[in-house]
Design a protein around this ligand. Sequence first.
Ligand SMILES: Nc1nc2c(ncn2[C@@H]2O[C@H](COP(=O)(O)OP(=O)(O)OP(=O)(O)O)[C@@H](O)[C@H]2O)c(=O)[nH]1
Ligand SMILES: [Mg+2]
Length: 310
Amino acid sequence: MDKIPTHGERRGVLVAHFGVAVEVLFETDGQREIIRVKRNSGHVVGDDVLVRGEVLTQMERRSELNRMDARGTTHTVAANLDTLCIVVACEPAAPQGFIDRAIVAARTAQLQPVLLINKSDLAASKKFGSEIHKIYSDSIQLYTLSATSGAGLDLFQDYFRQGLRGIFIGPTGVGKSSLLNALCPSVSLQTSPLSETKKRGRHTTTVATLHALKDGGELIDSPGFNDFGLVDISVLDLAFHFPGFEKASETHCGFRDCLHRTEPGCVVTEMVAQQKISQDRYTIYTEILHELEKLTTELRYREKNKRRKK
Ligand SMILES: Nc1nc2c(ncn2[C@@H]2O[C@H](COP(=O)(O)OP(=O)(O)OP(=O)(O)O)[C@@H](O)[C@H]2O)c(=O)[nH]1
Ligand SMILES: [Mg+2]
């Protein structure tokens, strides 16, 4: 239930997070204010808040997106989202499994994942795009676009017209901020060219920011990252939501809790045998499955140790 603002409280949404301060956009008058917060306040962009003076009260979230970095630290990326816009490009390439993890995380959090293939103006994008289409076009909505030429932006903007809130996530340098600049001419987010030698991004964006689209909907630009460790996602969530396994989820394997390994009556392994699912895709699935199992064992061990110390 939403809290009703009491006298002297104003309702707003967090539109930027600077670590020790946040920017709040107020509902009633459209004014913005910078408010100081503790470094680890737990607030994230997209949070609905009640503000009295310098005190922020966070309202209940309807959704949130979490990820784990390579050190095992969990990050809440943003709150109150409807859709996760996974941005990729022919350069720089996303790490193997990045798109799959993002789709599984989104589906588990009940967000709609969509895949954006940016930099369609580059010659190398043709081959890259067709490979991506081959893998994902039966699983999720794909948009092929270019922040530079403007191709495909109208169609993508139409998707937001119904008033959705989305976030761009993807590796550094794929063009998330460039896309936002192209979609919202009133914003001018900083962008940087890829490094000359390695063709990698430069981690230009360091702060997540929320922007309204002119025809409806909102988009959050976020700092690029490569590691999308899954948080609070069970092996069964993975088995159910892995892109490309939708047929298995629809037709049902022999066991309700099938992890698509050696269980009899498994639709996925049957499809792999019939080459309807490629061995490469199946290998990526088993790698993520193995990683989740390892993580679950580690978490159980830590919990047990904690209880023993009490
Ligand atoms: N050719 C081409 N270049 C693009 C396109 N979109 C972005 N770029 C270029 O890619 C580089 C990186 O773009 P950014 O928008 O800074 O990338 P980002 O994903 O926001 O990167 P981080 O903020 O570091 O996560 C810049 O040199 C952009 O001009 C595109 O559609 N086509
Ligand atoms: Mg950026």
